[in-house]
Design a protein around this ligand. Structure first.
Ligand SMILES: [Mg+2]
Length: 235
């Protein structure tokens, strides 16, 4: 009798331990639930007009306390990315925003995104400011630290630094193709400034860039998100 009792006891313990382990695993891993990150500028917002306005009016350096406060007057939501954010959320996934903008007045950018997206976006809750850090003459992305902390599965961004940051964090990177209007004013990506033409500083031209964007896998092994957005003139 004692042996039977003992056996039942052991079986009960095994079932209990298995159940607890399963619950623990569910609580930690949240199977099927993705943590998805998005960059802001040229990914969620077409903010180029704001940056150009600031530089024209006030020059450099950029004042991010001003910039983070003025999206409402200049920045335009990139509708395919906004739809993608809603798609992830409506399917139960977590969405976070990580920008390289410094965080002064970041709560105002959060309020603007709240209005755009229709749900609460809050600094240091689901919106994070991770400015680049300077080592010597170079400025390096720090986004990978937040990606690690948030245990992201995917990260969407338009810049090389977004892709490199994601790779460093072991997160799958997805390249959002930047608007042509932004390309004119951007200089630093893998292709350099393709609008400069055939000069030493720009070894690639616009055709190379088109080929790159038309493929599904980019130069860093990132996926290319086939964003179709005609830009602000048609919005
Ligand atoms: Mg960007």
């Amino acid at each position: 009798m004692n042996i039977i009792k003992q056996k039942i006891n052991i079986r009960f313990r095994i079932i209990l331990v298995t159940l607890l382990f399963t619950l623990f695993t569910f609580a930690i891993a949240q199977p099927g639930k993705l943590n998805v990150g998005f960059d802001i500028d040229d990914t969620v917002l077409f903010s180029e007009p704001m940056f150009i306005h600031y530089i024209t009016e006030y020059g450099r350096p950029l004042d991010y306390s001003w910039l983070n406060s003025n999206d409402k007057d200049f920045s335009i939501p990139i509708t395919p990315t906004i739809d993608l954010v809603h798609y992830f959320r409506s399917n139960g996934h977590n969405v976070f925003f990580i920008t390289a903008r410094p965080g002064e007045n970041g709560h105002i950018l959060g309020e603007f995104l709240t209005g755009v997206l229709g749900y609460k976006v809050e600094k240091d809750v689901n919106l994070f400011f991770m400015p680049k850090e300077k080592i010597g003459e170079h400025r390096f992305t720090t986004k990978h630290r937040k990606m690690n902390e948030l245990e992201l599965d995917l990260y969407y961004g338009d810049s090389d630094t977004d892709i490199v940051g994601a790779l460093k964090a072991g997160v799958h990177p997805v390249r959002v193709v930047r608007s042509n209007l932004s390309l004119e004013n951007y200089s630093a990506n893998y292709f350099g400034n393709t609008h400069k033409g055939d000069v030493k500083e720009a070894p690639f031209d616009g055709t190379d860039l088109e080929i790159f964007y038309s493929r599904s896998v980019g130069v860093f092994g990132e996926s290319i998100y086939p964003i179709i957005w005609d830009g602000p003139q048609n919005d």
